[in-house]
Design a protein around this ligand. Structure first.
Ligand code: GLN
Length: 510
């Protein structure tokens, strides 16, 4: 079983096409793996065994008729619990949505179904995607497969951990300020935040509409690209969806895998190094940049001075949008309803429900956001933050006149211990220092695993950012870097993770 779950999505696609395995077999292998290790990892809030196997059987039937819908038809996937799934509870990691079963699919989910990917279940997350450690989930934290006492990143720690623990070959995440890329970095997996508008937000329960973007989580760059080809593209149901023909990301990743970076201009972001960056993270970053130079890239340092204000701007804009979005959880329309004794008014029911249903971090951000938007403070806070947002976009524009891509470490540290930052919101917010500017400007980015910190032996990630719409460049450069690193290591980084559960099968030993 282990050997099947260790295969990449691209390899499984080949196996299926060659008739060497059925979708039911490999879906069952992943479900068994979930049963084996998820008690320790807790990547899933819900596993849909029957649904996944039924979808797998349909995929096998299609394939035997010669009607496979694409390379990933039959390859199972995990979906972050912030995306609406018809008939399958969707909680956003919150008590307030406990038991809510959406009557419709998010466009991303619908596209997975159309392409034939069986959905294994819904993954754990910080409540309403607010957090960097998955500890703010109302259903308990997810554990990092590299060290179960450590966080898997957040908010999409469940999706990243499911892929790192070989419970799923692929997963869907969402990235509002780094929630795909940062969990990728700390679990040794690949995460991509597409260009804003590149993947439909219809059915993605909004945290901050102007920042949210769904994207792929995987173990290789090629797998992420194949998944992006399935979920991306214009959607009439999302007014911010970009209408244009996108190139094949699978092709871009395949080209990049040659490892040749001749002629590529790479900018190292000045503001994303120095104090506060873990020495082991910086050491791996510097080595990766040197590898890129050896492969033909021209590297220069690029200053983006407004980036130092990105965190402050984000933590005004995000709570402002979130406070408005979360107003719809009013005890009347969805999920939980708490009715106080006596003859309570609608407002009293609403107050009791929101008090019981929302966690501390959500309440904190609602208060912050409401304050920032209140008439006396709007100009002083929200207005200023929007100006900074414009300056950040201009910094990106200026940088991309000089270089093709920008690079930085994805996260300032490796995975910290569960509980370590839980009582210190600012320390928690600082994890997204490197990822937030891309969300504020809408540009695409990828996090590629680029080594282990010498001190704690935990994974580090390197982030590649490209101009808006140049997602193919992110895949090309990401795949090249992955190839260069794997040549150095003699195989994938995840092979060095401590193995959970059944270590090997007789097949592996042979
Ligand atoms: N950690 C960031 C936050 O707490 C990013 C979250 C996200 O991308 N969903 O807002």
């Amino acid at each position: 079983m282990m050997s099947l779950v260790r295969r990449t999505a691209a390899a499984l696609a080949d196996d299926l096409a060659a008739g060497e395995v059925t979708s039911v077999e490999l879906t069952e292998a992943h479900l068994d793996r979930i049963a084996e290790v998820d008690g320790d990892v807790h990547a899933f809030l819900q596993v849909d065994r029957d649904g996944a196997l039924a979808q797998a059987a349909e995929s096998d039937a299609r394939r035997s008729r010669g009607e496979a819908r694409g390379p990933l038809d039959g390859v199972p996937i995990a979906v972050k619990d912030v995306l609406a799934t018809r008939g399958l509870a969707t909680t956003c990691g919150s008590k307030i949505l406990e038991g809510w079963v959406p009557p419709y699919d998010a466009t991303v989910v619908q596209r997975l179904r159309v392409a034939g990917l069986p959905i294994l279940g819904k993954t754990n997350m910080d409540e309403f995607a607010m957090g960097s450690s998955t500890e703010h989930s109302a259903y308990g934290p997810t554990h990092n497969p590299w060290d179960l006492d450590r966080i898997p990143g957040g908010s999409g720690g469940g999706s990243a951990a499911s892929v790192a623990a070989y419970e799923a070959p692929l997963a869907i995440g969402t990235d509002t300020g780094g929630s795909i890329r940062q969990p990728g970095a700390v679990t040794g997996t690949v995460g991509v935040k597409p260009t804003y508008g590149g993947v439909s937000r219809y059915g993605l329960v909004a945290l901050a509409n102007s920042l949210d973007q769904a994207g792929p989580v995987s173990r290789t760059v090629l797998d992420a690209a194949m998944l992006h080809d399935v979920i991306g593209g214009h959607d009439l149901r999302d007014s911010t969806s970009i209408k244009q023909d996108w190139p094949s990301f699978t092709e871009a990743a395949t080209q990049g895998a040659s490892g040749d970076l001749a002629g590529l201009k790479v900018g190292v972001i000045t503001e994303m190094q120095g104090d506060g960056w873990q020495p082991g993270v910086m050491a791996r970053f510097t080595e990766s940049v040197e590898l890129m130079v050896k492969a033909g890239a021209e590297v220069v340092e690029v200053s983006c001075p407004s980036f130092v204000h990105a965190l402050a701007a984000y933590y005004l804009i995000l709570p402002a949008e979130a406070s408005s979005n979360l107003a719809k959880f009013d005890a009347m329309r969805y999920g939980l309803r708490v009715t106080p004794d006596g003859d309570p008014s609608a407002e009293e029911v609403m107050r009791a429900t929101r008090d019981a249903g929302f966690g501390d971090e959500v309440k904190r951000r609602i208060i912050l956001g409401t304050y920032a938007l209140s008439s006396g403070y709007y100009d002083a806070y929200y207005g200023q933050a929007q100006k900074i947002r414009t300056l950040i976009s201009r910094d990106f524009d200026a940088a991309f006149e000089r270089v093709d891509v920008l690079v930085s470490p994805t996260a300032p540290t490796t995975a910290f211990r569960l509980g370590e930052k839980l009582d210190d919101p600012i320390a928690m917010y600082l994890n997204d220092l490197a990822t937030i500017p891309a969300n504020l400007a809408g540009v695409p980015g990828i996090s590629v695993p680029n080594g282990l910190d010498d001190e704690d032996s935990l994974p580090t990630g390197l982030q590649v950012l490209a101009p808006a719409l140049a997602d193919d460049r992110v895949y090309r450069v990401g795949a090249a870097l992955e190839r260069l690193l794997s040549d150095e290591w003699g195989g994938p980084l995840l092979d060095r993770a401590p193995t959970l559960g059944s270590a090997t099968t007789t097949e592996d030993q042979a």
